[in-house]
Design a protein around this ligand. Structure first.
Ligand SMILES: Cc1cc2nc3c(=O)[nH]c(=O)nc-3n(C[C@H](O)[C@H](O)[C@H](O)COP(=O)(O)OP(=O)(O)OC[C@H]3O[C@@H](n4cnc5c(N)ncnc54)[C@H](O)[C@@H]3O)c2cc1C
Length: 379
């Protein structure tokens, strides 16, 4: 802690680690500071789903493509297994087929196929899909087990990339060249603060300026169902939620139909994502509850609604073996922001629930611009 560093990063979630990686690849001496000895926030509570297809078209989609490539490069170096690749989105409504057809006409549809029900069953014979009108199949996604992957990235950065991880310390202030923590001070030329949804402790004014609030999600793990799912699964509801689809004009009739047919699910922000882990268990979610201080409780009714949507796409669910809640920073104003709070003190937050999918690319962009240094390929 007493040395002088080129770069200090606050936060060892995926956004902080992405900034530490970018700086380390520029040859900088980097220290990461977090109040906890391991990540415990959104970065280990998510699906581990690096989603490209469906991200907002003009900024998030290119960021996600680049971040996916960084994940593919980093995963084997850090000892992280890629659990699944790609995405399948079977839809049950003609209005949803119209959205998928329009999506495929855009540059975002590159590499994606639109299959019939029969073609889908031939492609994924082990997955018990219920009948669908059509299915979008994308090759672009990666899925890792977040609770294992994020600590492994930290271990690899420390072991192989020369990044220092400070003993646990709460950061209580940042100014140019100086990070003040509960256990002492750290001096660094550039500081990148990546505090996730905990922005109000250090930069309350920034929360107001960027209209940052919180989003609480409910998640489930189901026992291994005895069948394999070749790729992560989403449903019609995702087309009304992910901006890459939802911003298309063809999505408006679908949104109206979903509102009429599934109002309760929309009211609690449910859309279906189901992914499979190495042991065969399924991670299923999620719901979205927005507010500065969402209640901390798990609601059984929300779980039932999520399982209802699961059953509509994949048949009867296996027993629930784990439930958890996750929270991320959220904003209706922008998907992410980078704000220079003081000279060389940068604050970064992903405010749309896509940090796993974009952080590596955001880190490269922010650190590259801040330090004006080219990133070297990892040897
Ligand atoms: C349930 C759920 C599902 C999700 N699914 C996906 C998905 O499938 N795909 C996807 O792309 N994204 C997904 N997301 C979003 C993604 O997880 C987040 O965007 C991302 O993890 C945010 O990372 P972060 O590093 O900013 O925050 P965090 O992981 O919260 O990390 C912030 C870190 O900063 C530290 N910190 C904060 N303040 C201080 C301080 N003052 N001093 C010291 N340390 C401090 C905290 O201890 C913490 O370790 C999901 C999120 C949730 C909750």
């Amino acid at each position: 802690m007493n040395r002088h560093y080129d770069v200090a990063v606050v936060g060892r979630g995926i956004v902080g680690l992405a900034h530490a990686l970018a700086a380390a690849r520029m040859g900088k001496r980097v220290i990461v500071i977090d109040r906890n000895a391991r990540a415990t926030g959104a970065s280990i509570r998510n699906f581990g789903f690096v989603t490209v297809t469906g991200q907002e078209r003009y900024d998030m989609w290119p960021l996600a493509r680049r971040a996916r490539d960084v994940w593919a490069d980093v995963a084997p170096r850090a000892g992280i297994a890629i659990e699944q690749t790609g995405l399948v989105l079977p839809v049950r409504r003609q209005a949803a087929v119209a959205v998928l057809e329009a999506f495929r006409q855009t540059e975002m549809g590159e590499g994606c196929d639109l299959l019939t029900d029969v073609q889908l069953r031939a492609l994924d014979p082990e997955t018990p899909f219920t009948p669908c009108e059509a299915a979008l199949v994308s090759p672009h996604e990666l899925r890792v087990e977040a609770r294992e992957a994020v600590p492994r990235i930290a271990g690899w950065l420390e072991r192989d990339m020369g990044v220092t991880f400070a003993p646990p310390a709460t950061v209580i202030g940042c100014e140019s060249g100086l990070v003040v923590t509960s256990t002492g001070e750290v001096r660094a030329d550039a500081i990148f603060v990546c505090p996730g949804d905990d922005l109000n402790a250090l930069f309350p004014d920034m929360m107001a300026e960027h209209q940052v609030t919180r989003c609480k999600l409910q998640m489930l793990r189901l026992a291994a169902p005895g069948w394999r799912m070749a790729r992560p699964v989403m449903s019609d509801l995702g087309l009304a939620r992910y901006e890459g689809y939802a911003a298309l004009p063809e999505a408006a009739p679908l949104a109206a139909q979903l509102r009429a047919e599934q109002p309760e699910l929309l009211d609690v922000g449910i859309h279906l994502i189901a992914v499979q882990s190495a042991d065969g268990s399924l991670v299923v979610g999620d719901s979205h509850d927005y507010g500065d201080a969402p209640d901390p409780f798990h609601h059984e009714r929300i779980d039932s609604l999520m399982l209802e949507e699961f059953a509509a796409v994949l048949g009867a669910p296996s027993p629930v073996i784990e439930r958890w809640i996750g929270v991320y920073a959220s904003s209706a104003k922008q998907n992410w922001f980078h704000h220079e709070a003081a000279p060389h003190v940068h604050v970064i937050a992903v405010t749309c629930g896509a940090g796993m999918s974009t952080a590596f690319a955001i880190g490269e962009r922010v650190v590259g611009a801040a330090l004006n240094t080219p990133i070297k390929e990892i040897a």
